[in-house]
Design a protein around this ligand. Structure first.
Ligand SMILES: [Ca+2]
Ligand SMILES: [Ca+2]
Length: 81
């Protein structure tokens, strides 16, 4: 019984995290590369709606808008590479 519940929870977690991970590719201006121009795009688009635009790839926290939190996350991700 517990086992079935854990499998269901794992499946739900996968479904909820997968699209966000895919969207957070870091290519905010849609030119196919992740570089400093993308950070500039995030800052220029601060407070803009991200959903349905190339900015969606930089909506790291998945709240549907571009904010400085997304800029911070973009910098953090860039440092890891
Ligand atoms: Ca780019
Ligand atoms: Ca966001």
């Amino acid at each position: 019984m517990i086992h079935h519940l854990l499998v269901l929870l794992a499946a739900a977690a996968l479904i909820m995290t997968a699209p966000v991970a895919f969207a957070a590719a870091g290519d905010c201006n849609g030119d196919g590369v992740v570089d400093d121009a993308d950070l500039e795009a995030i800052i220029a688009a601060n407070s803009s709606v991200a959903t349905g635009t190339s900015l969606e790839a930089c909506d790291y926290d998945g709240d549907g808008a571009i904010s400085l939190a997304d800029a911070n996350e973009h910098i953090a991700q860039s440092k890891q590479e």
